[in-house]
Structure formats: C-alpha cells, structure tokens
Write a protein that binds this ligand. Structure first.
Ligand code: LLP
Length: 419
C-alpha cells in the first residue's frame, strides 16, 4: 500500500492530512513519508541477503539532514559528490565508514576534507585525480582508499541527460584502459586500491544493462587479481528506476536476481548507491491553485509552485502524477503552470487530471528524488519547506525561506551605499 492514500476523500500522507499541513505551514511544500523511506531502504538491503553489502543513499536525490538521519538510523550510508554533501552526511550523523565520494571534478579542498573525515573511499574518475589524491593523502600522512570508476560502455536505455555509462559520456575511465590506471594507482604510497565502481545511468527500468555492466566489471576484477591487485568491494552505483506513470519498474528481487547470477562465487562486499529508488515515491509537492485560465486552445491551472521548486518537468519533460488533495470525479485536460516568467514553467502538460478550482490543492507525486535538491531561487522565489510525516505526526525538517534568506549573503559595495 502506498503511503499516500485517500481517507474520507482527502489525500493523506500516512496518518496526516495534507490539507491540515497546508493550513498550518502554507503552500507550496514538499512532504515525505518516513515509512516509505524505511521500507524502500529495507527492501533494497534485504534483496541481497546472501551477500555482504552496504547501501549508500545518493544524497543528491534528497539531501535534507532529517532524511539522512532517518536513513542512517536504518544502517544506510551515503554516496556524495561534493564537500557540501559530505557536510550534510556528517551533520546528519551518518557513519563516515559508509561514505563513498564520486564526481569528475573533486577539488583539493574537498579531497582533504574527505580524507580527514576518513570516508570509506573515493570513486576516482581520472589519472590526474589519482595523482592529486595521492599527493593530499601523503601530505596528511594517510592513505586514501579508492575505486576507479570504470565506464563499461553499456547503453542504459534511459533519458540521454541521465545516461552516464556510454563511451561518449564524461564519466569514468574507459574499461579498456582501466587496468593500466589500476596498476599505476596501486604503485602509489598514498593510495589503497580497494574497489571497482560504475554507475551507468538513472531511472533504468530494464535490469539487463546492470547485468551487462556487472559482467564487464567482474571480468576486470579477475584480470586485476592476476596483477595481485585485490579488489575487496564492487560498487555498482545507483540507477534502479521507479514507477512515475505506468512504467513497469523492476522489483528489488528482479534486480538482485539479475546481479546475483553474475556475482556468484565472488568473495567481496557489494556497494549500491540508489537515490531515486529510495526517495522518489516517498515524496510529493503540494501546491495551491491561484488562478484558472481558459483560452481557446487550452486550460491552465496556475499554481503557487513552479519550475524553480520542481525542475524535472521543464528539464527532462518528465511525468509526475497529479492528484487532487480533495478527491473529485470531475476531470479536465489542462496544463499546470507556475508563476515564473518562462513558457517552460510547467509541472504537467496537456494532462487529463482532476479538476481543482481556485484555492484547491494539487499533489505532484513521486517528487521525493531530485525535487527539493534541484530547487533554486529563480525569480527570487524563497524555497519551500520540507515536511517529514512519521505515522500520525509531522515534522518541519526545513523551514520556508524568507525574503532575507534571498538577500542575506549579498552585499552592496560601500561606494554604492546610500548615505
Ligand atoms: N551514483 C552516482 C555516481 C550518480 O551519478 C547518481 C546519479 C546516483 C548514484 C544515483 O542515481 P539514482 O539511483 O538516483 O538513479 N536529476 C536527474 C537524475 C540525475 C542522476 C545523476 N546521478 C533526474 O531528476 O532524473
């Protein structure tokens, strides 16, 4: 059963009415179900119960420290891509020994911060990065544990913007040359080679590309063992898709079955970096209808949320199911649009949806991943609050921004200040 269900014709998240939250904190707001986060994490983790594994949640999907702390108390680690995300993970009390650090452009400062924090490993993406890591580790009198991110050149069959495992993508080191880099990294005093990593893309709804990538990686591990490079971990990245509309997304057991076949008999710890699969269906964006507008060609529902709050529809043309918070059988074909001065500011387009009138509330579903984390202040719109529901209680885990949050970090140079 979903964590978002109607109860007496009113949409609830677990035991809390979304209308009640709107009355108390205003709109728009993001709402997350604690139960959904927990169950998704547990199902993911338990699907691989025959193998040692660490699930490192991709912080970029949903980075609120309230959420990270919830996941951490379930035993979850973190996949980070910046110093900022490391700060979030540590502030949430996440276990440093379950943190993996990816990204093609880590800076010296970020590397030093992560070595000092004693994270599990760096997922390295170039020879130059290996050198910089080695230099930083030696300066600190430490050794940096690494994986090399290998680009297996498999087609993830997903949106081109979120496909990362093809040879034309900027990510990783080509599988053909990775062995050379492994041998090189292994010769350095500041580097401890422990893992092999890949991440082929996001929102995959077919498990076969994962399997193809795992086969390629296992072959490379065998070659590396011949060179006396003993790989202890295999990090298969994230990417497992979810149902937004009517996609038949694979179950955790389909995913595990596809991989376990390939990994059978290999003595190592698996690492996974799911983001969307844990967070996506745990969150929704709740927004109020400000105006309705009918033109000759179209119906518009103008709402108080916009592309700055949820960028996915305008960026990837992605689909988020639209529900009415007050259940209704009336339908309309319309666009849901925000107040931003751009035609790309839509949250749903030409969609048959429940017909909600002015002052009524819509819920944009499956917005838990890459929703709030991709929000901006465009058009000087304060970012919206985040609410965590757990059972019949709700908690504000990020307050609504105020106007001073917009201008607070800015400065007028002294010579321009009015006397
Ligand atoms: N690991 C690495 C190295 C990644 O680059 C990503 C996502 C993940 C893990 C998590 O992937 P997931 O399990 O969530 O698919 N903004 C886009 C998604 C971009 C994904 C970038 N990398 C969207 O809204 O669809």
């Amino acid at each position: 059963m979903s964590s978002f269900e109607y109860n007496n014709n009113e949409l609830y998240c677990e035991g809390v009415s979304l209308k009640q939250i709107a009355e108390e904190v205003g709109t728009p707001y993001y709402v997350y179900s604690a139960k959904e986060f927990r169950t998704q994490y547990q199902h993911f983790y338990n699907a691989f119960n025959k193998i040692d594994r660490i699930v490192c949640f991709a912080v970029k999907a949903c980075g609120n420290i309230g959420i990270l702390s919830l996941l951490s108390s379930e035993g979850c680690g973190a996949d980070i891509v910046s110093g900022g995300e490391l700060h979030r993970a540590l502030s949430a009390g996440m276990d440093h020994s379950k943190i993996v650090f990816a990204g093609v452009g880590k800076t010296r400062e970020e590397i030093i911060f992560a070595i000092k924090s004693d994270i599990l490993m760096f997922n390295v993406e170039s020879r130059q990065e290996i050198d910089l890591l080695n230099e930083c580790a030696l300066e600190l009198n430490k050794r940096a544990r690494i994986a090399i991110r290998v680009n297996p050149n498999v087609d993830a069959k997903t949106h081109p913007y979120i496909s990362t495992g093809l040879k034309e993508n900027k990510f990783g080191i080509p599988v053909k040359t990775a062995k050379k880099d492994y041998i090189y990294a292994n010769s350095l005093d500041g580097i401890d080679v422990v893992c092999i990593h890949c991440h082929i893309g996001s929102q995959l709804i077919d498990v076969s590309p994962f399997r193809d990538a795992a086969e390629i990686l296992v072959k490379l591990i065998k070659e590396l063992r011949k060179e006396r490079i003993n790989i202890k971990y295999l990090d298969l990245g994230g990417g497992l898709g979810i149902t937004y509309n009517d996609e038949a997304s694979p179950s955790h057991s389909d995913y595990a079955a596809a991989l376990c076949d390939v990994l059978q008999g290999e003595d190592m710890t698996l690492i996974f970096e799911p983001g969307r699969n844990i967070a996506g269906n745990a969150g929704a964006l709740i927004t109020k209808v400000l105006y309705t507008k009918e033109t000759e060609d179209k119906n518009f529902k103008i709402v108080d949320a916009a592309m700055n709050d949820l960028a996915r529809p305008s960026l990837y043309d992605s689909y988020h199911e639209v529900k009415a918070v007050d259940e209704t059988s009336e339908t309309i074909t319309a666009d849901i649009v925000g107040p931003i001065c751009e035609s790309s500011d839509f949250l749903a387009k030409d969609r048959k949806m429940p017909d909600v009138d002015i002052e009524g509330l819509y819920a944009l579903m499956s917005a838990g991943a890459y929703g709030m984390t991709m929000a901006s202040n465009y058009n000087s719109r304060p970012r919206v609050p985040e609410i965590l529901v757990d059972g019949d209680q709700y908690y504000v885990i990020r307050r609504r921004e105020i106007y001073n949050d917009l201008t607070g970090p800015e400065m007028v140079p002294a010579y321009l200040r009015k006397k």
